[in-house]
Ligand binder design. Sequence first.
Ligand code: CMC
Length: 431
Amino acid sequence: MAESTKTATLTIDGQDYELPIYSPTAGPDVIDIRKLYGQAGVFTYDPGFTSTASTDSTITFIDGGKGELLHRGYPIDQLAEKSHYLEVCYLLLYGELPSAAKLEEFESLVTHHTMLHEQMMNFFRGFRRDAHPMAIMVGVVGAMSAFYHDSTDINDPHQREVATIRLIAKMPTVAAMAYKYHIGQPFVYPRNDLDYASNFLNMCFSVPAEKYEVNPVLSRAMDRIFTLHADHEQNASTSTVRLASSSGANPFACIAAGIACLWGPAHGGANQACLEMLEEIGSVDRIPEFIERAKDKNDPFRLMGFGHRVYKNFDPRATVMKESADEVLDLLGIENNPKLQVAKALEKQALEDPYFKEKKLFPNVDFYSGIILEAMGFPTSMFTPIFALARTVGWISQWSEQLADPQLKIGRPRQLYKGETSRDYVDIENR
Ligand code: CMC
């Protein structure tokens, strides 16, 4: 933690408390309240963590006002254009872009860890046939701690490294197998001659009966989707991973917790919810009705794929994703897809609407990712698993950073209790 150069004064009942202020390399200053309870006997209150920094970190920086997303200082648009997913994984994990030799070594390491323990196939088969692939992923990733005992000791740096590589390498295999099981096709094993994204597409779309060639444009688009979702600082699922890990839980259990959190429609589940919404809207003439519903405070409906807690002008990932969507749809010749027509018109109408303008709501990454994934042939149920596999590197980088912190404490929020105060138990016959 940097030295504090400024302080804030908090006055409670006439008593002043000096609180250190730390200045980050970028972003707003933070007030250190760690000793506040000990000194003043009060807690701070911030449900939803809208003003609370839960950790210090050197991995990812977001400036929501400017629409800036940096990984280890590098802008996401440059990474999406010039780099590729495994190089971004290396950057997130180790802090610097790799040399050519280091990158080759890293890619080879990941490629040679993509197979799953064969007994895990039985585990997949235990799920109901129609299980959602996210349900399978939460279970299978959690169960990896039962299959890979030799990489669960978080106090051993070698085991931590092995778990890191295993998770990044095996997640596409887990996601693809969850999908194959869900649609009743045979599992397809990973292929070491294919790059990370092509291997994933092959495991999802090839079948033993036919030859399957991965289209390089689709593979590039897939890689970009992975890159754009790789990390996003202290979002809900990442904070879940950090909280789970603060208790000393093993890496597979922590990542399973992150996957479970990601599943919700306000987070990673938004891409599935967005496509389902476009389907429900159905035609361009029904858009005004849905926009009115989104604005109605008495209606819980929201425009899925719109708005963001941090970005308040635009989501830089959405800009790249939109370009990718155009490329993929052009390649596949599906410009007249009804959902795409609805999406384009919805985007235009919402952006022109005073409510969305005033509240700074605009399409986020999930608005376009679903359109590309659907065009590639993925069912909506696979959208969030793809987000989960891509985000695994972010979760594991943040997990690793947290474990290296000598000041690590178990996460234990406080509360503003509003329930009954102490009262005597009432026997059942007297209630
Ligand atoms: N449609 C209609 N109104 C909205 C929407 C929306 N999509 N998003 C926010 N608002 C309104 C909201 O009702 C509130 O109005 P008011 O000030 O009158 O109460 C105001 O805008 C601020 O919203 P909030 O819920 O306080 O903002 P938040 O920072 O807590 O929520 C969000 C951010 C992403 C959860 C929210 O915008 C949302 O639910 N969006 C739809 C789901 C979605 O697309 N999620 C994906 C996020 S990007 C991928 C990821 O990081 O996981």
